[in-house]
Design a protein around this ligand. Sequence first.
Ligand SMILES: *Cc1c(COP(=O)(O)O)cnc(C)c1O
Length: 397
Amino acid sequence: MKNLQYNSPDKNGFYGEFGGAFIPEMLYPNIKNLEENYLEIIESDEFREEYLQLLKDYVGRPTPLYFAKRLSEKYKANIYLKREDLCHTGAHKINNTVGQILLAKKLGKKRIIAETGAGQHGVATATVCALMNLDCIIYMGEIDMKRQAPNVARMRMLGAKIKPALSGSKTLKDATNEAIRDWINNPEDTYYLIGSVVGPHPYPDLVAKLQAIISQEVQEQLYEKTQKRNPDYVIACVGGGSNAAGIYYEFLNQPEVKIIAVEAAGKGIDTGQSAATSKLGTLGIIHGSKTLLMQTKDGQITEPYSISAGLDYPGIGPMHAHLLTSKRARFMSVTDDEAMSAGLLLSKTEGIIPAIESAHAFAVLEHLNFKKSDVVVINLSGRGDKDLESYINHFNL
Ligand SMILES: *Cc1c(COP(=O)(O)O)cnc(C)c1O
């Protein structure tokens, strides 16, 4: 492998041919301000100290690296789970929002905007805005607001204002358009808080570096348990790709570590009801970034589908598009049914009910051939409480 810089973009914000900042001219000053300052701020001692303190006392880090004994016996390998499900608010998303809210404050911003699809990023954003006493405006498609009513209620309890996106399909991409419009109109005091490794440069790199804490902890914890810093396999589900970027980060430039990315095949790749961008995506621009996305021949974004709301995204971040085309990562896809069964299996064998997103990562254990000595780390990105109704309906519980 020649290119050993898989985890950071070049100076123009590209991972191979993917990435960059394809944005309306009105946003240049905002993006430029962020680009010129983000690295210096997030790498400063002052920032690191505040960020790590909040991750410890507020988020509950380090999250455990748990040796799953019964799962290991079943699949004949040494399987470890990175327990992001134990983070405050129930998933990895809070690692990123804690970091970006500190960055927003250092940039002197007073007002936070974000878009959300399923509501999970909206909740993580509203949470840190409450913590920091900053105004919080969340854009959400009108249809998503109906589908995800409990998360709308959570955000309101946390003090956020929810603005419905009423145009187009009234889902995530329409909410994104509204958020960008807001940012154009309020360039001075407003910070746009993006929830995954997507969007214009420098967001994918910023979010990856804030989630990298996951793999940094894994290295230390694995060393403590096995005297090895590198596992043989790292497995994560990919929606936009932030939990995956976080657990891959320190391992991407270590060629001996096998990287597995798991996407949602929904009802099946060829059914028209899927979110498997690595199989169905083509080159295009989404959310200000050049990457792979699911689109029609004339460039209309296709509505994705997955039983899991967090994987229901029509693209993948530019880092992941590059990992795919450079073959650094192996992409696999898992249907709704396979993911639900894997979620039930994890519940019964380890006493852990996973988010349906995370259950996708476990479903590929059925299809990988391990050696008995292999060390496998799976990112358990979130807990399943939010998905109880889907589990009930699927299994007639
Ligand atoms: C949002 C979410 C995902 C998908 O987002 P990524 O940016 O791909 O990580 C995965 N798992 C859980 C639990 C989520 O909440």
